[in-house]
Write a protein that binds this ligand. Structure first.
Ligand code: C2E
Ligand code: CA
Ligand code: CA
Ligand code: CA
Length: 280
Protein backbone atom coordinates (compact mmCIF):
# COMPACT_ATOMS: atom_id res chain seq x y z
CA UNK A 1 0.00 0.00 0.00
CA UNK A 2 1.07 3.55 -0.64
CA UNK A 3 2.26 5.88 2.05
CA UNK A 4 3.12 3.50 4.89
CA UNK A 5 6.17 5.69 5.43
CA UNK A 6 8.80 2.96 5.24
CA UNK A 7 10.08 3.87 1.83
CA UNK A 8 10.11 7.53 1.00
CA UNK A 9 9.74 6.83 -2.69
CA UNK A 10 6.37 5.19 -2.08
CA UNK A 11 4.92 8.65 -1.69
CA UNK A 12 5.73 9.35 -5.29
CA UNK A 13 4.30 8.03 -8.51
CA UNK A 14 6.60 5.95 -10.69
CA UNK A 15 6.94 8.97 -12.91
CA UNK A 16 7.97 11.22 -10.03
CA UNK A 17 10.39 8.63 -8.70
CA UNK A 18 12.06 8.40 -12.10
CA UNK A 19 12.28 12.18 -12.26
CA UNK A 20 14.02 12.25 -8.87
CA UNK A 21 16.49 9.59 -9.91
CA UNK A 22 17.24 11.51 -13.11
CA UNK A 23 17.81 14.71 -11.17
CA UNK A 24 20.09 12.93 -8.76
CA UNK A 25 22.01 11.44 -11.66
CA UNK A 26 22.39 14.78 -13.38
CA UNK A 27 23.55 16.40 -10.15
CA UNK A 28 26.21 13.74 -9.72
CA UNK A 29 27.29 14.07 -13.36
CA UNK A 30 27.66 17.84 -12.87
CA UNK A 31 29.86 17.34 -9.80
CA UNK A 32 32.05 14.96 -11.79
CA UNK A 33 32.19 17.45 -14.66
CA UNK A 34 33.42 20.17 -12.32
CA UNK A 35 36.07 17.91 -10.82
CA UNK A 36 37.26 16.35 -14.06
CA UNK A 37 36.82 19.37 -16.30
CA UNK A 38 34.21 17.75 -18.56
CA UNK A 39 32.59 21.08 -19.33
CA UNK A 40 33.18 22.71 -22.67
CA UNK A 41 31.99 25.78 -24.50
CA UNK A 42 30.43 26.32 -27.90
CA UNK A 43 30.00 29.68 -29.59
CA UNK A 44 26.98 30.95 -31.45
CA UNK A 45 27.74 33.80 -33.86
CA UNK A 46 25.59 36.91 -33.59
CA UNK A 47 25.26 38.99 -36.75
CA UNK A 48 24.60 42.60 -37.57
CA UNK A 49 21.06 42.34 -38.93
CA UNK A 50 21.75 44.54 -41.97
CA UNK A 51 25.34 43.77 -42.97
CA UNK A 52 25.44 40.19 -41.59
CA UNK A 53 28.90 40.80 -40.17
CA UNK A 54 29.70 38.82 -37.03
CA UNK A 55 29.43 41.27 -34.15
CA UNK A 56 29.29 38.94 -31.18
CA UNK A 57 29.44 35.39 -29.93
CA UNK A 58 27.05 33.84 -27.44
CA UNK A 59 28.90 31.43 -25.20
CA UNK A 60 26.95 28.24 -24.44
CA UNK A 61 28.05 25.58 -21.99
CA UNK A 62 28.05 21.81 -22.60
CA UNK A 63 28.69 19.00 -20.12
CA UNK A 64 30.35 16.30 -22.16
CA UNK A 65 29.23 13.40 -19.98
CA UNK A 66 25.59 14.56 -20.20
CA UNK A 67 25.65 15.68 -23.82
CA UNK A 68 26.24 12.06 -24.83
CA UNK A 69 22.88 11.25 -23.21
CA UNK A 70 21.24 14.08 -25.08
CA UNK A 71 21.05 16.25 -21.95
CA UNK A 72 21.85 19.89 -22.62
CA UNK A 73 21.88 23.07 -20.53
CA UNK A 74 18.11 23.51 -20.84
CA UNK A 75 17.80 20.45 -18.63
CA UNK A 76 20.89 20.63 -16.40
CA UNK A 77 21.11 24.36 -15.61
CA UNK A 78 17.84 24.31 -13.57
CA UNK A 79 19.23 21.36 -11.58
CA UNK A 80 22.54 23.17 -11.10
CA UNK A 81 20.55 26.13 -9.78
CA UNK A 82 18.63 24.00 -7.28
CA UNK A 83 21.78 22.35 -5.98
CA UNK A 84 23.87 25.55 -5.91
CA UNK A 85 26.40 24.03 -8.33
CA UNK A 86 25.53 26.87 -10.69
CA UNK A 87 27.84 29.29 -8.90
CA UNK A 88 30.86 27.16 -9.73
CA UNK A 89 29.63 26.55 -13.27
CA UNK A 90 29.06 30.26 -13.98
CA UNK A 91 32.58 31.08 -12.78
CA UNK A 92 34.04 28.21 -14.80
CA UNK A 93 32.26 29.51 -17.91
CA UNK A 94 33.42 33.11 -17.37
CA UNK A 95 37.01 32.06 -16.72
CA UNK A 96 37.20 29.82 -19.78
CA UNK A 97 35.36 32.26 -22.01
CA UNK A 98 37.85 35.00 -21.05
CA UNK A 99 40.79 32.75 -21.90
CA UNK A 100 39.23 32.06 -25.32
CA UNK A 101 38.45 35.70 -25.90
CA UNK A 102 42.11 36.59 -25.37
CA UNK A 103 43.16 33.79 -27.73
CA UNK A 104 40.62 34.82 -30.36
CA UNK A 105 41.71 38.44 -30.26
CA UNK A 106 45.36 37.49 -30.60
CA UNK A 107 44.61 35.21 -33.56
CA UNK A 108 42.08 37.33 -35.46
CA UNK A 109 41.82 40.80 -33.97
CA UNK A 110 38.14 40.10 -33.26
CA UNK A 111 36.53 43.07 -31.50
CA UNK A 112 32.97 41.78 -31.15
CA UNK A 113 31.24 41.02 -27.88
CA UNK A 114 31.39 37.84 -25.86
CA UNK A 115 27.89 37.26 -24.54
CA UNK A 116 27.78 35.02 -21.51
CA UNK A 117 24.67 33.56 -19.89
CA UNK A 118 24.53 34.18 -16.16
CA UNK A 119 22.09 32.48 -13.85
CA UNK A 120 19.57 34.69 -12.05
CA UNK A 121 20.92 33.08 -8.86
CA UNK A 122 23.94 35.41 -9.11
CA UNK A 123 21.71 38.41 -8.50
CA UNK A 124 21.47 37.24 -4.87
CA UNK A 125 25.19 36.52 -4.64
CA UNK A 126 27.01 39.57 -3.22
CA UNK A 127 30.36 37.94 -3.89
CA UNK A 128 29.70 37.63 -7.62
CA UNK A 129 30.84 41.06 -8.93
CA UNK A 130 34.18 40.88 -7.09
CA UNK A 131 34.79 37.37 -8.42
CA UNK A 132 33.95 38.49 -11.93
CA UNK A 133 36.36 41.42 -11.63
CA UNK A 134 39.11 39.13 -10.39
CA UNK A 135 38.64 36.77 -13.36
CA UNK A 136 38.52 39.58 -15.93
CA UNK A 137 41.62 41.23 -14.48
CA UNK A 138 43.54 37.96 -14.38
CA UNK A 139 43.00 37.64 -18.15
CA UNK A 140 43.54 41.32 -18.87
CA UNK A 141 40.30 41.53 -20.85
CA UNK A 142 38.58 44.83 -21.66
CA UNK A 143 35.18 44.56 -19.85
CA UNK A 144 33.54 46.51 -22.71
CA UNK A 145 33.82 43.35 -24.77
CA UNK A 146 31.70 41.38 -22.31
CA UNK A 147 27.94 41.18 -22.10
CA UNK A 148 26.05 39.19 -19.48
CA UNK A 149 22.69 37.74 -20.51
CA UNK A 150 20.26 37.40 -17.63
CA UNK A 151 16.70 36.25 -18.08
CA UNK A 152 14.07 38.93 -17.84
CA UNK A 153 12.36 37.05 -15.02
CA UNK A 154 15.51 37.19 -12.86
CA UNK A 155 15.64 41.01 -12.91
CA UNK A 156 13.79 41.74 -9.70
CA UNK A 157 14.27 45.43 -9.45
CA UNK A 158 12.44 46.05 -6.21
CA UNK A 159 15.14 44.03 -4.54
CA UNK A 160 17.97 46.24 -3.29
CA UNK A 161 20.48 43.42 -3.33
CA UNK A 162 19.98 42.49 -6.98
CA UNK A 163 19.94 46.15 -7.97
CA UNK A 164 23.31 46.64 -6.26
CA UNK A 165 24.81 43.58 -7.91
CA UNK A 166 23.59 44.65 -11.35
CA UNK A 167 25.02 48.13 -10.99
CA UNK A 168 28.32 46.77 -9.70
CA UNK A 169 28.61 44.62 -12.81
CA UNK A 170 27.70 47.54 -15.00
CA UNK A 171 30.24 49.76 -13.24
CA UNK A 172 32.91 47.26 -14.18
CA UNK A 173 32.05 48.10 -17.80
CA UNK A 174 30.13 44.91 -18.57
CA UNK A 175 26.95 45.38 -20.57
CA UNK A 176 23.71 43.63 -19.64
CA UNK A 177 21.09 41.97 -21.81
CA UNK A 178 17.57 41.00 -20.75
CA UNK A 179 17.37 37.45 -22.09
CA UNK A 180 14.15 35.70 -23.15
CA UNK A 181 12.57 39.14 -23.28
CA UNK A 182 8.79 39.12 -23.61
CA UNK A 183 8.24 35.98 -21.57
CA UNK A 184 8.44 37.74 -18.20
CA UNK A 185 6.26 40.37 -16.65
CA UNK A 186 8.18 43.57 -17.16
CA UNK A 187 5.86 46.52 -17.19
CA UNK A 188 7.13 48.19 -20.34
CA UNK A 189 6.98 51.57 -18.60
CA UNK A 190 9.59 50.24 -16.16
CA UNK A 191 12.11 49.53 -18.91
CA UNK A 192 13.65 52.93 -18.52
CA UNK A 193 14.68 52.01 -14.99
CA UNK A 194 16.44 48.83 -16.01
CA UNK A 195 20.20 48.83 -15.89
CA UNK A 196 20.19 47.07 -19.26
CA UNK A 197 21.78 47.73 -22.64
CA UNK A 198 20.03 45.14 -24.73
CA UNK A 199 16.75 43.27 -25.14
CA UNK A 200 17.00 39.74 -26.42
CA UNK A 201 13.69 38.81 -27.97
CA UNK A 202 12.71 35.30 -27.00
CA UNK A 203 12.93 32.67 -29.70
CA UNK A 204 9.26 31.81 -29.37
CA UNK A 205 8.25 35.23 -30.73
CA UNK A 206 10.55 34.96 -33.73
CA UNK A 207 9.12 31.53 -34.30
CA UNK A 208 5.58 32.96 -34.34
CA UNK A 209 6.40 35.89 -36.64
CA UNK A 210 4.08 34.67 -39.36
CA UNK A 211 1.60 33.04 -37.04
CA UNK A 212 -2.11 33.63 -37.63
CA UNK A 213 -2.31 34.70 -33.99
CA UNK A 214 -1.98 38.43 -34.59
CA UNK A 215 -1.26 39.25 -30.94
CA UNK A 216 1.79 37.02 -31.06
CA UNK A 217 3.15 37.94 -34.44
CA UNK A 218 3.08 41.63 -33.52
CA UNK A 219 5.18 41.13 -30.41
CA UNK A 220 8.50 41.38 -32.23
CA UNK A 221 7.63 44.73 -33.78
CA UNK A 222 6.28 46.02 -30.48
CA UNK A 223 9.47 45.04 -28.65
CA UNK A 224 11.59 46.60 -31.41
CA UNK A 225 9.64 49.89 -31.15
CA UNK A 226 9.99 49.92 -27.38
CA UNK A 227 13.69 49.24 -27.51
CA UNK A 228 14.11 52.11 -29.95
CA UNK A 229 12.22 54.37 -27.57
CA UNK A 230 14.46 53.46 -24.66
CA UNK A 231 17.69 53.36 -26.64
CA UNK A 232 18.30 49.66 -26.16
CA UNK A 233 19.93 47.30 -28.65
CA UNK A 234 17.63 44.53 -29.89
CA UNK A 235 18.82 41.01 -30.57
CA UNK A 236 16.45 38.50 -32.13
CA UNK A 237 17.33 34.88 -31.48
CA UNK A 238 16.05 31.71 -33.08
CA UNK A 239 16.09 33.00 -36.67
CA UNK A 240 15.53 29.85 -38.73
CA UNK A 241 14.28 31.14 -42.10
CA UNK A 242 15.06 33.72 -44.74
CA UNK A 243 11.60 35.24 -44.31
CA UNK A 244 12.19 35.81 -40.61
CA UNK A 245 15.54 37.46 -41.32
CA UNK A 246 14.05 39.75 -43.98
CA UNK A 247 11.24 40.81 -41.67
CA UNK A 248 13.73 41.62 -38.89
CA UNK A 249 15.83 43.67 -41.34
CA UNK A 250 12.73 45.56 -42.39
CA UNK A 251 11.74 46.58 -38.87
CA UNK A 252 15.29 47.63 -37.93
CA UNK A 253 16.34 44.93 -35.50
CA UNK A 254 20.02 45.36 -34.54
CA UNK A 255 21.49 41.87 -34.18
CA UNK A 256 20.30 38.39 -35.14
CA UNK A 257 21.30 34.84 -34.40
CA UNK A 258 19.78 31.48 -35.21
CA UNK A 259 20.19 28.25 -37.11
CA UNK A 260 19.50 30.01 -40.44
CA UNK A 261 22.74 31.95 -39.99
CA UNK A 262 24.89 29.61 -37.94
CA UNK A 263 24.67 26.78 -35.43
CA UNK A 264 26.61 27.02 -32.19
CA UNK A 265 30.19 26.09 -33.16
CA UNK A 266 33.01 24.36 -31.34
CA UNK A 267 36.12 26.48 -30.77
CA UNK A 268 38.14 25.47 -33.82
CA UNK A 269 35.28 25.89 -36.26
CA UNK A 270 34.50 29.26 -34.79
CA UNK A 271 38.12 30.29 -35.06
CA UNK A 272 38.33 29.43 -38.75
CA UNK A 273 35.02 31.19 -39.42
CA UNK A 274 36.32 34.41 -37.87
CA UNK A 275 39.91 34.25 -39.11
CA UNK A 276 40.54 36.63 -41.96
CA UNK A 277 41.47 34.62 -45.05
CA UNK A 278 45.25 34.15 -45.16
CA UNK A 279 46.77 36.69 -47.49
CA UNK A 280 48.47 35.18 -50.54
P1 C2E B 1 19.28 30.77 -24.20
O1 C2E B 1 20.16 31.74 -23.46
O2 C2E B 1 17.96 31.27 -24.63
O3 C2E B 1 20.19 30.25 -25.40
C1 C2E B 1 19.71 29.99 -26.68
C2 C2E B 1 19.42 28.52 -26.87
O4 C2E B 1 18.65 28.41 -28.06
C3 C2E B 1 20.67 27.66 -27.10
O5 C2E B 1 20.41 26.35 -26.62
C4 C2E B 1 20.78 27.67 -28.62
O6 C2E B 1 21.48 26.58 -29.15
C5 C2E B 1 19.32 27.62 -29.02
N1 C2E B 1 19.09 28.22 -30.34
C6 C2E B 1 19.74 29.30 -30.85
N2 C2E B 1 19.28 29.56 -32.09
C7 C2E B 1 18.32 28.66 -32.36
C8 C2E B 1 17.44 28.42 -33.50
O7 C2E B 1 17.50 29.11 -34.54
N3 C2E B 1 16.56 27.41 -33.41
C9 C2E B 1 16.47 26.63 -32.29
N4 C2E B 1 15.57 25.64 -32.29
N5 C2E B 1 17.27 26.81 -31.21
C10 C2E B 1 18.19 27.82 -31.24
P2 C2E B 1 21.33 25.67 -25.51
O8 C2E B 1 22.76 25.85 -25.83
O9 C2E B 1 20.78 24.29 -25.34
O10 C2E B 1 21.05 26.52 -24.21
C11 C2E B 1 19.80 26.42 -23.54
C12 C2E B 1 19.75 27.38 -22.37
O11 C2E B 1 20.67 27.00 -21.33
C13 C2E B 1 20.17 28.81 -22.72
O12 C2E B 1 19.05 29.44 -23.30
C14 C2E B 1 20.56 29.36 -21.36
O13 C2E B 1 19.42 29.77 -20.64
C15 C2E B 1 21.14 28.15 -20.67
N6 C2E B 1 22.62 28.20 -20.77
C16 C2E B 1 23.40 27.83 -21.81
N7 C2E B 1 24.70 28.02 -21.54
C17 C2E B 1 24.78 28.54 -20.27
C18 C2E B 1 25.85 28.97 -19.41
O14 C2E B 1 27.04 28.94 -19.77
N8 C2E B 1 25.52 29.43 -18.16
C19 C2E B 1 24.21 29.51 -17.74
N9 C2E B 1 23.97 29.98 -16.51
N10 C2E B 1 23.17 29.13 -18.54
C20 C2E B 1 23.44 28.65 -19.79
CA1 CA C 1 21.09 33.60 -23.83
CA1 CA D 1 15.96 32.27 -25.14
CA1 CA E 1 16.51 49.32 -34.06
Amino acid sequence: AKGNGRNRLEYFSDEQARELRDQDLIERALRVSLQQNYFSLVYMPMFDCQTLEIVGLEVLVRAENLQRLGIGPDRFIPIAEKTNLIKEIDLWVIDNAMARLVELQAATGFMGKFCINISGVELCNELFPAKVKEIIDSHGVDPCLIEFEITETAFVLDDIKSRTILSELRNLGISLALDDFGTGFTAFSQLINYPADCLKIDRSFVNDLFSVDVARHKMVRIIEDLAELYGLRVVAEGVETKEQLEYLQEIGCDWVQGYYLSLPLPWHEMLSLISPPASV
